[in-house]
Design a protein. Sequence first.
Length: 801
Amino acid sequence: MAFLSHNKNHLFITFLIFCTFYSCYSAVNDTITSSKLLKDNETITSNNTDLKLGFFSPLNSPNRYLGIWYINETNNIWIANRDQPLKDSNGIVTIHKNGNLVILNKPNGSIIWSTNISSSTNSTAKLDDAGNLILRDINSGATIWDSFTHPSDSAVPSMKIASNKVTGKQIAFVARKSDNDPSSGHFTISVERLDVPEVFIWKDKKIYWRTGPWNGRVFLGTPRLSTEYLFGWRLGVDDDGTTFITYNFADKTMFGILSLTPHGTLKLIEYKNKKELFRLEVDQNECDFYGKCGPFGNCDNSSVPICSCFDGFQPKNSVEWSLGNWTNGCVRTEGLNLKCEMVKNGSNLVKQDAFLVHHNMKPPDFNERSAGNQDKCGTDCLANCTCLAYAYDPSIGCMYWSSELIDLQKFPTGGVDLFIRVPAELVAVTKKEKGRNKSVLIIAIAGGIGACTLAICAYLLWRKCSTRHRGSKSQNLINREQNQMKIDELPVYEFAKLEAATNNFHFGNILGKGGFGPVYKGIMQDGQEIAVKRLSKSSGQGIEEFMNEVVVISKLQHRKSRKTSRLLYPLQKKNLDWKKRSNIIEGIARGIMYLHRDSRLRIIHRDLKASNVLLDGDMIPKISDFGLARIVKFGEDDEANTKRVVGTYGYMPPEYAMEGLFSEKSDVYSFGVLLLELVSGRRNSSFYHSEDSLSLVGFAWKLWLEENIISLIDPEVWDASFESSMLRCIHIGLLCVQELPKERPSISTVVLMLISEITHLPPPGKVAFVHKQNSRSTESSQQSHRSNSNNNVTMSDVTGR
């Protein structure tokens, strides 16, 4: 018995020692003290997550940074010394004698970074399970500093973006300069405590983008961020008046990282059980940039041009407006002034003002809020002569504007009904015009029905005759193409199977979004990965474009055009070195050459852009999205025209955007923009908010004239050994985006320029969409108009081979 008792005591003591050791080890593993240094090759880990604190180096950089990351170093969520990098691996982290957490460049060396607090001399730092590095006073246990209130460029669940209007304190995020340079960049995101809170992105202290007011469920100015994406988000006000926005997951197996990218966009990555579930980047179109069309200017990304003035308003500077510089905005049309003050002063000669309603609008900036129903909103605004517009949202109430309406945007869906104050006579004229238009519409419909009946009869008669007489060479071609494009030759899937493959089209499976709807990743029962494009309810794409894309994809079997046999992913310039980018550029050019020259059908894509270039697992580019593609017969004139201008503004050449003329040179222009994007690492749209109102094309041209074109090259891929290749690509890109189509090279010439060793290239002429300031530029534009006005071209049916 004594022996057993002795053994029990021995086991108990052993167990106690083990527990004490494990407890101490656990404390050390997630804690830094004055006696516990964190060296460069060490990390500390939170108790229950895969969050770690340690030193790391970005891709292609020798610099060392102290950061917190999730799973691996590339997913860093916080960086301490982002603007004071270490140059070697001798750095250490410790608690200084003054109680601060510090980074030293070597043991007993100089302080590189510090928490800079002065309220404690005895403290410890611990990484908690949420990813927050907390500095606490040992005696009181109080938090004296934490990383959540001193963020870098990313937020994780339970972290806050906050602002206190009274104290002026903010918790804001600053984007990094580039993906591989974590130092402070140009963009900042913050929440602003206005009458209705909003989230703003700033570029160098100027407003760059805003979400619009938060109504408790969605941001009214960002309909693309629907409730499914914002589930778990909360915007509120603390007891001290601090406005904040945060998010959490009810599912504890979930983790998320919300980042402000170097380009000023928001990116959300969500994980489940440590595996990436989905990622979303809130892409921005031109209308999203703050004040794109100036005061009282309406921006509609589906229109060409995108900016217009409301009824009762006219461009403030008509010359600048016609040249595409819309920053001066609109003013009230001369003679259509408001009459509110005259009515208040007792005048019986004029009528009280009224309102014109504009649907699906982004609420302008600088709103004032009050409670009330929609009728009260209108009554109160009409009674206040300083009130220029109002809107109503059930969750917010009335929103009023008493200064210039800025940052206006028209959405396909969502937004609010915006009521803009105008003179009563304008409303009367508008109603009269609508009545007249209604009568005209009824007559037109009646006439149209009759015309359609006659057209159908004529078509049936023509088809009967054409069946009997097939001697015509052109008719033989058309019939041959129709016979080759039977839709029943294509595989057809049951909708239920696609629902099952995409988990009922779950938003987590979205690969990307276009103007016509989202593309979902799916897995069939046999394990095959597929991509499913689903038209949205608000899609501007009809059956014609959809079937056109299906047929063209099925018939085009070139290796640089998209096949449906494997899953592809959108072109992203992140982590693409110059060799990969160069191969992608050449691959895209060869794909276009196939469409223009090597295919039996001559195809003009009309919507070439980065999101329509897909990469497979081997980084081989594939041209996709043929919904807008057009077939033009060989041997016909070089240009065709259309009354329906569709495409992506910024990639469209001037002759197409302004006059509806398109040709092979239209695709060459789009390729030139894409080439410049790949070399510079920047989006064409990222320049639209610059002081010079330049696009990427205009910016590149400006650098070319200044003989400083080398500064356009993306610093992430800069390599002196490839300098000549990079400069050559920029040169070719500028040749492709010249204003006059006849001056642009053909795509076959472009391919030859890219692959040959010929050093001499012709100098580029003036590029398109540069801010014009002199008569010579105007004359050039007029000459361009004259030279492109002849287009007696008959276009073949919208089909694929």
